[in-house]
Design a protein around this ligand. Structure first.
Ligand code: KIV
Length: 270
């Protein structure tokens, strides 16, 4: 099914409209103004300033060290560059664990930085956090399945929703997130069948990453999908480009030109 009307500016209400109309929507991560502008002009519906900035930009081993200020700075860069996409900022580990009040204060900081919505990981465990942020007038996206901030508790990268108990827990979490007032929920590394079932049960849209094609939207980490990440990517990632290859060729050509004194030439000299 296709929509009758493509929004000039994607707003939170459009995600629900996309689900209701059966129009799959897209999300990519972005951590800076230049990629944000490229993805926005290409027509990506939503951009996520993910805490995956930790592994993908800052060189951390995981997402746990990422600070609220780092996400706020990246959010300002991304939101300043986009004209159409909905900008969603991740709440990093440590920015909402202590209390509902801490969660609201952190979400407010990200909205002031330019986010249109915030995302946080967890289900029933954080329902009061979600409700408090929603009560403060801030749209919230949930995140279930494999939640990187809980990697230690989950026992590593594990696909969720493979057995009955896991599906029941995921479904209860998804319903709790919805009831708390979230506008959408990310399902990460969830068995395709389970993700499809949860999507059918929820009124709000689901956004899958490694969760098959039964979700309402899809998200990928940009450095994975564009082939910049040379450290190996999960099986669910389709690589749409070889940015690492292009940059390697460019760097090699530049090195050769400088060594041969072929650059700068007349055309590039004042
Ligand atoms: O931080 C991130 O990139 C994310 C996506 C994997 C959804 O949360």
């Amino acid at each position: 099914m296709t929509t009758t009307h493509e929004p000039k500016r994607v707003r939170t209400l459009h995600l629900q409209r996309f689900k209701d109309e059966g129009r799959p929507f897209t999300m990519l991560t972005s951590y800076d103004a230049l990629t944000a502008r490229v993805f926005d002009r290409a027509g990506v519906d939503t951009l996520l300033i993910g805490d995956s900035i930790g592994n993908n930009v800052l060189g951390y081993p995981n997402t746990l060290r990422v600070s609220l200020q780092q996400i706020a700075d990246a959010t300002a860069a991304v939101s300043g560059a986009v004209e159409r996409a909905l900008v969603i900022a991740d709440m990093p580990f440590g920015s909402y664990e202590a209390s509902d009040e801490q969660a609201v204060n952190s979400a407010v900081k990200l909205m002031k930085a330019g986010a249109h919505a915030v995302k946080l990981e967890g289900g029933q465990r954080i329902r009061t956090r979600i409700a408090a942020i929603v009560d403060a007038g801030i749209p919230v996206v949930g995140h279930l399945g494999f939640t990187p901030q809980s990697e230690q508790r989950l026992g590593g990268f594990r696909i969720q929703g493979r057995d009955e108990q896991s599906v029941a827990e995921l479904t209860a979490d998804a319903l709790a997130v919805q009831e708390a007032g979230a506008i959408a929920v990310v399902l990460e590394m969830v068995a395709g069948e389970a993700a499809r079932e949860i999507t059918a049960q929820l009124r709000i849209p689901t956004i899958g990453i490694g969760a098959g094609n039964g979700t309402d939207g899809q998200v990928l980490v940009w450095t994975d999908f564009a082939g910049l990440n040379t450290q190996g990517v999960p099986r669910f990632v389709k690589q749409y480009a070889d940015v690492a290859g292009v940059l390697t060729q460019a760097a090699e050509a530049y090195i050769t030109d400088v060594r041969d004194r072929a650059f700068p030439d007349e055309a590039h000299t004042y």
